[in-house]
Ligand binder design. Structure first.
Ligand SMILES: Nc1ncnc2c1ncn2[C@@H]1O[C@H](COP(=O)(O)OP(=O)(O)OP(=O)(O)O)[C@@H](O)[C@H]1O
Ligand SMILES: [Mg+2]
Length: 270
């Protein structure tokens, strides 16, 4: 009887969103960052936020990842115990724990997401220690394993990321974020600063990891090709507003809003 009830709970949880955003607005003085945004993200789903520079993508991402307090609106997250909690009503310590464990945040600039003057192994191991792992040998083994998964050879484990190339740094940042088995990862232009061939490899790697781990991801990009490759669903922003949302394939093949039509046709012409 107990087991049956537990199973029912698990199934119910799968049907519920991981993140619910309602009426989210952030202003900077009189300037609008983002306005009245509603969105849901389900477990294992990849959502892309696209739009031109200044459209409010980073503002929105920072607000929904507890890094920037919204002016109004709510962001609720399903905690591991199944309870839906308003992020901005959590204790500061609870919020920090989420950021260090259940969530990942991949910055455009790897230097913002790494500690540049400690070793690659320590960058990955640090996140494990944040979830309570204290066994040095095991931490090093897991770090080595994760370096391998992001195609960094084990003999670089004691090097500092400042001795790495841009692509390697970004892969290290990804390993550092994924090692704790987060359920939700935020990414702001993760391939932004890289040259095209490095970008393509990184995207391939990301796609594999996201599929294998069943991660939910919210990814900001101005690049529709990145959205096409990685995401299931997209929202299109302009001047702080969501002007179109839908399944990625539908939205890119048959955009409805004139602005989205323009975005799509402009990349097709390149
Ligand atoms: N700290 C800030 N102070 C004042 N205005 C800001 C601040 N951050 C963002 N803005 C404004 O908010 C709006 C949205 O900016 P945001 O950085 O969210 O855009 P974005 O879509 O991420 O752009 P990009 O693609 O260039 O990164 C812009 O008008 C921007 O000038
Ligand atoms: Mg931005």
């Amino acid at each position: 009887m107990t087991i049956a009830l537990r199973n029912a709970d698990v199934f119910a949880a799968e049907d519920l969103p991981l993140l619910c955003v309602r009426g989210l607005t952030r202003t900077y003085g009189t300037r609008i960052g983002c306005a009245e945004v509603d969105l849901d993200v389900w477990p294992g789903e990849v959502l892309a936020i696209v739009g031109e520079s200044g459209s409010g993508k980073s503002t929105l991402l920072n607000c929904i990842s507890a890094r920037l307090e919204p002016t109004s609106g709510t962001v609720c997250y399903r905690m591991r115990d199944g309870e839906m909690r308003d992020l901005y009503r959590l204790q500061e310590a609870e919020r920090r724990l989420l950021l260090r464990t259940d969530w990942g945040f991949v910055h455009q600039n790897p230097a913002d997401g790494l500690r540049m003057t400690v070793s690659a192994g320590a960058n990955v191991g640090e996140r494990l220690m944040a979830v309570g792992d204290r066994h040095y040998g095991r931490i090093r083994e897991t770090a080595t394993d994760w370096l391998g998964r992001v195609e960094i050879s084990a003999d670089r484990i004691d090097d500092q990321p400042r001795a790495f190339s841009g692509g390697m740094r970004q892969r290290l940042q990804i390993a550092r974020n994924l090692v704790t088995g987060p359920r939700l990862v935020f990414m702001d232009e993760p391939t932004g600063g890289l040259d095209v061939s490095v970008q393509a490899r990184l995207l391939d790697l990301l796609r594999g990891l996201v599929n294998d781990l069943g991660l939910a991801v919210i990814i900001v990009t101005h690049d529709l090709a990145v959205a096409r490759l990685l995401s299931h669903r997209m929202i299109v922003m302009k001047d702080g507003n969501v002007i179109e949302h839908g399944l990625t394939d539908r939205l890119l093949d048959d955009p409805q809003a004139p602005y989205t039509q323009l975005l799509v046709s402009s990349i097709l012409q390149v």
